[in-house]
Design a protein around this ligand. Structure first.
Ligand code: PMP
Length: 287
């Protein structure tokens, strides 16, 4: 497998980073995950825009222009022998240089960021998995207040996701101050009486690329939808709950904390939105 590290394409086993890299020592970095269908990156500009937002958020200068990123990502994709890929991009604040403290919270001067990318086969849910849906648990959102930065320091998200795994479920639906924020690694949509609802983008959640596409598809196909704060009672009283992400796409949550959501099976709007999403993907692949 060929990965990218600081300007070079290398076999995975040869890609080496210092143990002093601030990504390793502090989790001081940001990342992106771009789905690739039939060799074509999906919404690459939006991912690169979000990467810029994350870099700005952690005060790290972007080491590449959009054109440079695009070129490198397309080269990485072309080097893989599988067509559907998930491209992981990570930029850290790099490794302290000679004469600098080995570990210091303050940003080091004159240090180049570490840029690492790899591609894996993209594994999305099968139609049978989509037809079954998944269960979720709820938890208090105890993360920091800058969740719109796609930071590599994901410890809180990992602990939250593990609560779902321990309960035999797929996702943890998070609530902060009585309102829905998002999933541990997804955005959450609520359906009630035929209206699709999602919380508004804010620093309390990551604005998913899939979230944006779902709202665009709802608008384009006259599906009633609303972007507004969603209270816990609305989550618990929903007809349908969905989790969305680049890899999960639109996945129905059929039980929350052991209680069936609506009829306890994927609802009609989840299935409709997933069908629209699949058609949209096909169009992107052909374009
Ligand atoms: N929120 C969080 C916390 C996530 O980790 C993800 C997945 N990256 C998402 C939302 C969904 O984002 P996207 O649709 O861009 O995959």
């Amino acid at each position: 497998m060929s990965v990218y590290l600081n300007g070079q394409f290398l076999p995975l086993a040869e890609a080496k980073v210092s143990v002093l890299d601030r990504g390793f020592v502090f989790g001081d970095g940001v990342y992106e995950l771009v789905p690739v269908y039939s060799g074509k990156p999906f919404r690459l500009d939006a991912h690169l825009h979000r990467l810029q937002f994350s870099l700005d958020g952690i005060r790290l200068a972007n080491p590449h222009s959009v054109a440079e990123w695009r070129e490198r990502i397309l080269q990485l994709i072309a080097r893989q022998d599988f067509a559907d890929q998930s491209v992981y991009i990570q930029v850290t604040r790099g490794t302290p240089v000679e004469g600098q403290p080995l570990r210091d919270h303050a940003f080091p001067h004159g240090v180049s960021p570490t840029v690492f990318m790899f591609a894996q086969p993209l594994v999305t849910a099968t139609p049978a998995q989509k037809a079954a849906g998944v269960c979720a648990v709820s938890a208090l959102d105890n993360r920091w207040l800058r969740c719109n930065i796609k930071a590599i320091s994901l410890l809180a998200n990992l602990l939250l996701r593990q609560q779902a795994v321990d309960a035999g479920c797929a996702e943890t639906v998070m609530l902060r101050d009585g309102f829905l924020t998002e999933g541990a690694a997804s955005n959450i949509f609520v359906v009630k009486d035929g209206v699709v609802r999602a919380p508004p983008p804010s620093s309390l959640m990551l604005t998913g690329i899939t979230y944006d596409v779902v709202l665009e598809l709802a608008a384009a196909h006259d599906i009633p939808h609303e972007v507004r704060a969603i209270a816990e009672a609305e989550v618990r009283g929903a007809d349908e709950l969905w989790m969305t992400s680049s890899t999960k796409e639109i996945m129905a949550i059929v039980a929350l904390d052991g209680v069936p959501v609506g009829a306890g099976v994927p609802g009609p709007l989840a299935m409709r939105m997933d069908a629209l999403y699949q058609t949209f993907k096909q169009q992107v692949m052909r374009s």
